[in-house]
Write a protein that binds this ligand. Sequence first.
Ligand code: SF4
Ligand code: SF4
Length: 184
Amino acid sequence: MGAKKKKIVKTIKVDVDKCNGCRACEVVCSAFHAAPKYSSNNPARSRIRVIHDPLKDIYVPVYAGEHAKAECMGRDKYTIDGKEYEECAFCRAACPSRDIFREPDSGLPLKCDMCESDPPQSEPLCVQWCITDALTYEEREEEVEEEEAAGGKDLEMGLESLIDKFGLEKLTEAVARMTIARKS
Ligand code: SF4
Ligand code: SF4
């Protein structure tokens, strides 16, 4: 068994009943992740999307999760309070069957990174901007294997999606060019 390390587990709790659909979370997320920071805002680039269905009286904030290379073999379909929602409505994956959680220009998948930044934020931006407290933030400490603590899985996922998009050969060439540029 590998060595253990402490890891901070960050959780955003979503209280759907408090969400009023204002979309401030989408705006600030896309602005915070713009390059340079706050230079633009476009909810299509946000890593949180509010699934909005006023006729069914529901607003559900959904966070961008893992990138899925292929569509699921099946579909999920929710019924809440007797009201039926679209297939995949609340899924977190950036998947080939839809445009949600994809960067609109490059098509690369988007994933919530909990607003990791230097200097660190006191709380994720979407939580700070949610005035109804539909989003609240919690941290706890857990013991995990060292490799997981180092973020190895996230790195692999990011590389896989880049290989899918550009191909291994082009990606290797780009890394080689960047390595030479950094050394010179
Ligand atoms: S900021 Fe809060 S209330 Fe507004 S849409 Fe987002 S989660 Fe809902
Ligand atoms: S935690 Fe940060 S990255 Fe994640 S959805 Fe909220 S604002 Fe976006």
